[in-house]
Ligand binder design. Structure first.
Ligand code: FMN
Length: 245
């Protein structure tokens, strides 16, 4: 028996509702050896920035009893190489790409959205707003409703596909941030990014990660992913995109 799992996300038709989480499958190539990436709902790519980045020093991973911390530091090839190599590969495999973008200023996000216009295989843009804003003393965009909505508005103005805003749980009132980004033009929300954490080596009492802090993910964060718009099913989905309209 064949079960039809097809669905839509922010108006985009997907063959099934399972998408990768950004940063967990790069741009899909490594995963394709194990899972046919074209059979997935979409591949959400590792957040790409304007310039190539080497990321943070190692160690970048620390295990915890019920999850892990990562401190990759948005290592990536930069948008030029991404558009030249990664996105065309996903398109050639017949996969739908949700391209995650990250920036350190509103202008960088806007520029990335401009660069993605008309890109092959692009289904949606996911806006990773868990980045420090260089124009506001490094305060993370996702922790400020005005900053988060400025980024989303700039991307929405330029994008030619629907956009998802990826929220951070490291805020007091996530609903206020969600409301702000939806009002700014987000077509859906991705819940949730990692939680800021620190793992200490019990022998040395020094941080395990070279970058000192990292993002906690895994089973530990599932109860934190907030119920969205009263729909409690998101409480167990650590990384899920909820269409808003
Ligand atoms: C190694 C690693 C790298 C990640 N890189 C990104 C990233 O580049 N952009 C982003 O928005 N989220 C990134 N994330 C966060 C995940 O997409 C996801 O939101 C988070 O891991 C929580 O979901 P989970 O507990 O189901 O893994 C990363 C997570 C991990 C573990």
């Amino acid at each position: 028996m064949t079960v039809d799992l097809s669905t839509t996300l922010a108006g985009v038709a997907l063959p099934m509702p399972v998408l990768t989480a950004s940063g967990c499958a790069a741009a899909g190539r490594e995963l394709d050896a194990f899972v046919d990436v074209s059979a997935l709902g979409a591949v959400v790519t590792k957040s790409v920035m304007r310039a190539p980045r080497t990321g943070r020093p190692t160690p970048r991973m620390a295990e915890t009893p019920s999850g892990m911390l990562n401190s990759i530091g948005l290592q990536g090839p930069g948008i030029d190489a991404f558009l030249e190599h990664d996105l065309p590969w996903l398109a050639s495999r017949g996969a739908r790409a949700v391209v995650s973008i990250a920036g350190s200023s509103v202008e960088e996000y806007a520029d990335l959205a401009d660069r993605l216009r008309g890109a092959p295989g692009l289904a949606l843009i996911e806006v990773n707003i868990s980045c420090p804003n260089v124009e506001d003393r490094g305060k993370v965009f996702a922790c400020s409703a005005p900053a988060a909505s400025a980024v989303v508005a700039a991307v929405a103005e330029r994008a030619d596909v629907p956009i998802l805003a990826k929220l951070s749980p490291d805020v007091t009132d996530i609903v206020a941030i969600a409301r702000a980004v939806v009002d700014a033009g987000a077509h859906g929300l991705s819940l949730i990014n990692t939680l800021l954490g620190l793992v200490l080596d019990p022998d040395t009492l020094r941080p395990v990660l070279a970058g000192i802090t990292g993002g906690l993910s895994g089973p530990a964060v599932r109860p934190v992913a907030p119920p969205c718009q009263g729909c409690r099913c998101w409480g167990w989905a650590a990384s899920a995109a909820a269409p808003t309209r």
